[in-house]
Write a protein that binds this ligand. Structure first.
Ligand SMILES: *[C@@H]1O[C@H](CO)[C@@H](O)[C@H](O)[C@H]1NC(C)=O
Ligand SMILES: *[C@@H]1O[C@H](CO)[C@@H](O)[C@H](O)[C@H]1NC(C)=O
Ligand SMILES: *[C@@H]1O[C@H](CO)[C@@H](O)[C@H](O)[C@H]1NC(C)=O
Length: 370
């Protein structure tokens, strides 16, 4: 039995590594197309919900949320709804690509292909239920849930798609920690049990993604923390098609999150390839600001954030290209590191990752090592 499972996994790995890169081509990012084949999501009827639950291998909780919650918890539920709808759309498109043998998405080997399709089928339905759980709670608290948007996924092979899934799942795993913290500190500890169960669930997915990419399944002893502001900015900057969201601008709770400018990691760090412990970043300075007004903040594992200065490589108007230290050896920066450009004037006061997010000019830059 054990032998067979290992053979299956190896089969999957071999298939991934031989997947040929395909030319990137634009897809029809129509939100109704994206969701039409998945049982009425995000508003399934009872029969459709039953089908989703069958594919997810389990049910939504049958317990009733409390009568009311703190306004801060509404922010958390809206962020979860936004993230999980995005994840459902991503894995639905990935499942379609694998099922249709799109170029770059062929899984060679019948057993590995069947296992891949079975895994993705469950993941799509499980992400839908994560989203529906938040959506139902928001309705219960008389809130309008954020509706799905159109998304752009910057990938064109199975390997790229799994790498992207690994990155955004790390951010979700970090952000749900922050949701638990916020719910607990605002008197809504009753909702944290369900959220904690999703952290474990997404951790199981992550182990699978990591194994497919030849990484050991467990990333770190203590997963990197994130906060809601980083997760929501990453979603907006990287995946949401601008102007495609039906109601995101009317969701007051989401307006409470700090708005950040994009921070592009133009050269990441790989201990097997990088000569120096550095990363290269690009971002825009506000009008009138000087490069030395800002530094880079680093968030990794459960450690207190630290800040280091960068060196300017190139300035073109307000756009800066910089090289920044990536002290991998000193801090053992495995797994997800979140980078943020913060004002030098704020640096002394960072006690938490929320402090960093609240002061961030540009971010999050996402680096995943090993
Ligand atoms: C999106 O797809 C649906 C169903 O296929 C179609 O009715 C609708 O017109 C499309 N919308 C856009 C903007 O293309
Ligand atoms: C699915 O395949 C298309 C065509 O290669 C690609 O543009 C799209 O990004 C892929 N989506 C995912 C989630 O892999
Ligand atoms: C590595 O650092 C050295 C010394 O600072 C520098 O000369 C070299 O260009 C760097 N190499 C890369 C690839 O960045």
């Amino acid at each position: 039995m054990r032998q067979n499972i290992i053979q299956l996994a190896l089969c999957g790995l071999a298939a991934l590594s031989t997947a040929a890169p395909a030319n990137r081509r634009s897809t029809n990012n129509n939100v109704s197309d994206e969701f039409q084949s998945i049982d009425g999501f995000p508003a399934p009827n009872p029969q459709q919900l039953l089908e989703t639950e069958r594919r997810a291998h389990g049910t939504l909780s049958n317990s009733t949320p409390p009568d009311s919650v703190d306004p801060d918890t509404i922010i958390s539920l809206q962020v979860i709804a936004a993230e999980e709808q995005f994840e459902a759309a991503f894995f639905q498109q990935l499942l379609a690509n694998v099922t249709n043998n799109e170029a770059g998405y062929e899984i060679v080997g019948g057993n590995a292909r069947t296992m891949g399709i079975d895994a993705l089928t469950a993941i799509v339905a499980q992400e839908e239920l994560h989203a529906l759980n938040a959506i139902n709670a928001l309705r219960h608290f008389n809130q309008t849930p954020v509706a799905p948007c159109l998304y752009n996924f910057p990938v064109s092979t199975l390997d790229e798609a799994i790498a992207l899934a690994q990155t955004f799942t790390s951010v979700v795993l970090g952000t749900l920690q922050n949701v638990v913290l916020n719910m607990g500190s605002h008197g809504d500890a009753g909702l944290t049990q369900g959220v904690a169960s999703v952290i474990g669930q997404e951790g199981e997915q992550q182990g699978f993604f990591r194994l497919l990419r030849h990484n050991i399944p467990s990333e770190l002893p203590f997963l990197t923390n994130s906060v809601r502001d980083f997760a929501f900015n990453a979603l907006n900057q990287n995946f949401i098609v601008p102007g495609s969201c039906p109601n995101i601008n009317q969701i007051a709770a989401l307006k409470k999150l700090h708005v950040m400018q994009p921070l592009t990691v133009t050269q990441s760090f790989d201990p097997k390839k990088s000569v120096n412990e550095t990363v290269q970043l690009s971002f825009s300075l506000p009008n009138g600001a000087n490069p030395q007004d800002y530094e880079v903040a680093y968030i990794n594992q459960q450690n207190i954030p630290f800040v280091l200065p960068y060196t300017v490589l190139h300035q073109d108007g307000q756009t800066l290209s910089v090289t920044a230290p990536f002290p991998f050896g000193e801090h053992l920066l495995n797994g997800l590191t979140i980078l943020a450009i913060v004002p030098t004037s704020a640096v002394g006061g960072f006690k938490s990752n929320q402090d960093v997010a609240d002061a961030t000019l540009a971010g999050p830059g996402l680096v995943v090592v090993n």
